[in-house]
Design a protein around this ligand. Structure first.
Ligand SMILES: NC(=O)c1ccc[n+]([C@@H]2O[C@H](COP(=O)([O-])OP(=O)(O)OC[C@H]3O[C@@H](n4cnc5c(N)ncnc54)[C@H](O)[C@@H]3O)[C@@H](O)[C@H]2O)c1
Length: 319
């Protein structure tokens, strides 16, 4: 059995994807990697860890060859807000990294998972019930790299027969690793601040509606799409997936079900607000449901209850 390589494994999603893949396929079959150094034990879960900068072709090639890698989950990227701050670096990491990953995958016949984003859409895209196949003219560097990444993955599938698959992930909410600088980070920060201080100052307007997903559903979706029967796949890169959508105001109301004196105010960041305003409010994930039986388990109420329960334990331990 060939091994699995996860790039960007110390990030928000990688930190939970690696343990889930190890549980599913076996500890030794999953090689975690990142440009950052892992703290032995905690973050790497005790399994193999390699330093891989995804912009360095020979580093990827050496690790893929040495570990006999057959599947790559390519999570390394700069997220939307950081990419807008450093567009040139974002192009190098997001596009340069993906291109090199696909080239190594072509040489070693690896399957590739590529996480796209609701950021791959733009202001010309229908914002409600956003179809699977629609206009994609993003106005951010993050979005440009995501839509180009989707096309490049489809190209490698069509031209070289590579098994490339992807998801257009919405904002991901989780309690293990902090988010990496995206526009939806508020929906994680708000929980930490609610538990610690019962107050949150939000950088998006109260009525900004965006798609979101809880991490257990995200991990489930990533593993399922990679295990899906290829004969059922009409699409590859990348599937719309949705679980819930809400505004900061609605999320604050749900937190108040558990913390009645929780207060929110707004200090809007024009850069992140402009990014959010260019994204869909609610995507249509019918293709994912039809082609690989996608079905999320957590809605807003279930996610909020679980986040608060887990964070209370985590923050009490760290005090
Ligand atoms: N978290 C979300 O809400 C969300 C939503 C949609 C899509 N995505 C996509 O999912 C993927 C993972 O996101 P995340 O939230 O875990 O991101 P993150 O920022 O938390 O983690 C990214 C990881 O990539 C690493 N990295 C950066 N540059 C690198 C390089 N040159 N080589 C190797 N590693 C490098 C970082 O050290 C970090 O650990 C990204 O492609 C992101 O665009 C995330």
């Amino acid at each position: 059995m060939r091994r699995i390589l996860v790039t960007g494994a110390l990030g928000q999603i990688g930190s939970e994807l690696v343990p889930a893949l190890r549980k599913h396929y076996g500890d030794d079959r999953v090689v975690a990697s990142d440009i950052r150094t892992a703290t032995v034990g905690a973050e790497t879960d005790g399994g193999p860890f390699e330093h891989v900068d995804c912009t360095q072709f020979h580093q990827i090639q050496e690790v893929v060859r040495r570990h006999d890698v057959g599947v790559i989950y390519h999570m390394a990227a700069l997220l939307s807000a950081i990419a807008e701050e450093k567009p040139q670096v974002a192009w190098q990491v997001n596009m340069g990294g993906l291109y090199r990953m696909l080239e190594v995958a072509r040489q070693y016949r690896c399957a590739v998972f590529m996480p796209s984003s609701i950021g791959a859409f733009g202001p010309a895209t229908p914002r409600d019930g956003t179809p699977q196949d629609t206009i994609q003219r993003p106005t951010t560097m993050y979005g440009v790299t995501k839509v180009a990444g989707e096309l490049l993955c489809d190209y490698y599938a069509g031209r070289f027969g590579l098994d490339t698959r992807g998801l257009r992930l919405p904002g991901i909410i989780s309690h293990v690793a902090p988010p990496g600088g995206g526009t939806t980070d508020y929906a994680v920060d708000i929980f930490y601040q609610a538990v610690r201080y019962r107050h949150y100052s939000c950088f998006l307007r109260p009525d900004t509606c965006l798609d979101m997903m809880y991490m257990p559903d995200t991990i489930d979706a990533i593993i399922r799409v990679m295990e899906a029967d290829p004969s059922r796949l009409v699409h590859r890169n990348a599937f719309n997936v949705a679980a819930m959508n809400f505004t900061p105001e609605r999320l604050a109301d749900e937190i108040r079900v558990h913390i009645p004196d929780f207060a929110i105010d707004y200090d809007v960041d024009p850069v992140r607000q402009a990014i959010a305003d260019s994204w869909p409010r609610a995507v249509d994930d019918g293709a994912a449901r039809a082609e690989w039986d996608w079905a999320p388990h957590y809605d807003l109420a279930a996610m909020t209850a679980d986040m608060l329960e887990k964070l209370r334990v985590k923050l009490a331990r760290s005090n």
